[in-house]
Design a protein around this ligand. Structure first.
Ligand SMILES: [Ca+2]
Ligand SMILES: [Ca+2]
Ligand SMILES: [Ca+2]
Length: 326
């Protein structure tokens, strides 16, 4: 007798819950095709940025420095000039990196939305010799890990940021990186939010006109499609310690300057003597030349830890000394 009540059907509440769950499931299957396509483009762009970053790292492992950005007139090649790059902010040097992919008439590698991928490098000159440290052969090795000062910054907002700082620690995503890669996303042809404008602050000269960054600061944050606060840029970068670690392993970079070296030279003639001492952090050299009117000079090379000394005596005596610190 009492078993009939246990065989009852669903209550109205239970049916309502079932219908609700089915509705949610159907709704999730009915994501508009355009949204699915857009999600696929975002995934494709992220993979593309990763591939380009790997290629740039590979270039650095072979050469010991980063490639310069391409410009609209460099046909996809790294646009280097004496002492640096023709532009700090430009485009992926896809020809130099042998990258495959769709390109435009200026031979610039395009993202899935048809806009050239942006690429920027640090123009820091920590040793003050007038050459950009990260793109000049041998500079990173001379300066060493302890002296390099990459100057590109990625912030979580443009609010409070200056041309060379994020403004506060909690607005700072990176504290100086050697390179940044960047896709303008689907709204590349028109946008107005300050955070997206921070990523493009100028127009390149040359064969085409594409906006590129104008200072050291980039922004990345959550996607948002609210007009005026919209953000769909994709920004990635190479953490300096990742780059340094791999370059050290490859023998292109050392962690700190070597200990100083000593050089001694002795010249003949009347009494020519030269002595040189090279320091690591602060190179010093001393040379002494004997003879009737001896002259001595010396120099030390910080970074390489080498010293050179030269002594000259006027009785045709000359001395040269070279020392290497290790
Ligand atoms: Ca330099
Ligand atoms: Ca955008
Ligand atoms: Ca900027």
């Amino acid at each position: 007798m009492e078993t009939r009540s246990q065989q009852r059907g669903f209550t109205l509440l239970e049916l309502t819950v079932v219908v609700l769950i089915m509705g949610l499931l159907l709704g999730s299957l009915m994501v508009p095709l355009s949204a699915q396509r857009e999600n696929a483009r975002v995934r494709e762009a992220r993979e593309q940025l990763d591939t380009v970053r790997d290629a740039i790292e590979g270039f650095a492992l072979v050469n010991g420095f980063l490639p310069c950005p391409a410009t609209p007139s460099s046909n996809g090649s790294a646009a280097g000039v004496a002492g640096g790059c023709s532009a700090q902010h430009g485009f992926v040097p896809s020809t130099t990196l042998n990258l495959n992919g769709r390109r435009n008439d200026d031979n610039l590698l395009l993202d899935p939305w048809g806009s050239p991928l942006r690429y920027s490098v640090s123009d820091s000159d920590a040793n003050g010799n007038g050459s950009w440290d990260f793109v000049t052969a041998g500079e990173m090795r001379d300066i060493t890990v302890s002296g390099l000062q990459p100057d590109l910054l990625v912030c979580s907002s443009s609010t409070g940021a200056s041309a060379s700082a994020c403004g506060s620690p909690n607005n700072t995503l990176t504290d100086g990186v050697p390179m940044v890669l960047h896709s303008l996303g689907s709204d590349w042809s028109g946008f107005s939010s300050p955070d997206q404008l921070e990523n493009v602050g100028a127009t390149t000269s040359g064969a085409g006109a594409y906006p590129v960054n104008a200072d050291d600061v980039f922004v990345t944050r959550q996607f948002n499609d609210a007009p005026g606060d919209e953000f769909d840029d994709l920004v990635t970068w190479m953490p300096p310690n990742v780059l340094y670690g791999r370059l050290v392993a490859a023998g292109h970079l050392i962690v700190a300057p070597p200990a100083g070296g000593n050089g001694n030279g002795n010249g003949g003639g009347n009494n020519g003597n030269g002595n040189g001492n090279g320091g690591g952090n602060n190179g010093n050299g001393n040379g002494n030349g004997g003879g009737n009117n001896g002259n001595g000079g010396g120099s030390g090379n910080a970074g390489t830890g080498t010293g050179n000394g030269n002594g000259n005596g006027n009785g045709n005596g000359a001395g040269n000394g070279n020392g290497n610190g290790g």
